[in-house]
Write a protein that binds this ligand. Sequence first.
Ligand code: PLP
Length: 416
Amino acid sequence: MKSSELFEEAKTMMPGGVSSPVRAIRPYPFYTAGGHGPFIKTVDGCELIDCCLGYGPLILGHAHETVRRAIEEQVTEGWLYGTPCPQELDLARRVIDDHPSIDMVRFVSSGSEATMAAIRLARAATGRQDVIKIEGGFHGAHDAVLVKAGSGATTMGVPDSAGIVADLVKHTRQVAYNDLEALESVLSSSEDIAALIIEPVMGNVGPVLPEEGYLQEVRRLTEEHDVLLIFDEVITGYRLGIGGAQKYFGVTPDLTTLGKIIGGGLPVGAFGGRKDLMEQVAPQGPVYQAGTFSGNPLTMAAGAAALTWLHDHPETYRTLDEGTRAIGDTCEDAHAGGSFVRIGSIFKYFFRPEAPRNYAEAKESDTARFATFWEKMLAHGVFLPPSQFETEFISAAHTDEIIEHIADHYSTCLSE
Ligand code: PLP
């Protein structure tokens, strides 16, 4: 069946025809038949260069041989035990060794679960109720963090979805990214703040980068106000390098959430932090957290294989950085009036003259121009995430030749 036909049927069975909203591309999404290296193949017979990469996890590209072999080996021994398995320790050792902030870790099945549990732990550990998040920061689809800012001046939460109890989200406060004054003001305004949760590099409004010294000051201010700092490294973990943003920027949070890359492309999440905090998680402590699929052997084996590969190929991060630099150089030459933002293997072209500093500025981008550009790129055989506000990625499978293709298509589609 063709994509258009599959989508017609899907709409009769699944809300919006999809399993996650961003996939509901209009008039219909393409359906994928397979993925290999930097490419995905559609059921309609097209081969596309993939710069979405499962929204980030596939830093080694699709069906990477090392990860595939680890999965195949594990599959022959079973893929779910409901008991502890040695593979959990392989991944835990890696994650703990690689992250300055992590003494102990708990594996879960998604980034959303990880941030939900980290916030619960922060509230329990401090005995306080409020959480600060960054406007436009995305931490998964659970109630406490599905809150958007009303305006820059409004710091009390307003639910961003139907069905969320207003009484709950009034404990979620918002500040703009890169705005230390706003943060200090909220921190000073209440004695009931448990934690600040922040993506060190904003990844869900397109990449928005921290200004020089911002994260260091965020650390200083949270410490000064005795508020726990949670780095949500679901995107940046193993993306900016081994040790994620905390190593890249030299800032150590109290708690860290991970996901995406650490599962080698299988469903995963994790939260970890200082021993005294993590010891409060059940069954060692009173903060309840549990999951049927947590630490399952298949994900653990795939994740450990992916992270081992990254450790064995440290040059990868430099090569990826050079890749996005090359794409950026070409974009600048196209003089299309927008701004190219990149860090490591993360990049985005904003249809806005200046690189945004925060959510409000990112929202000023010309989304209609992005939509046209996105369609052109797809017609040229490059699949970008279908939103101005979703980050683009390259992987270790994106060879120089593929990067050149992406850069050329970027240039052509921006100039047209
Ligand atoms: N945190 C961040 C920074 C994310 O980007 C995402 C998902 O994109 C999540 C949390 C939620 O992760 P998941 O989709 O695995 O639940």
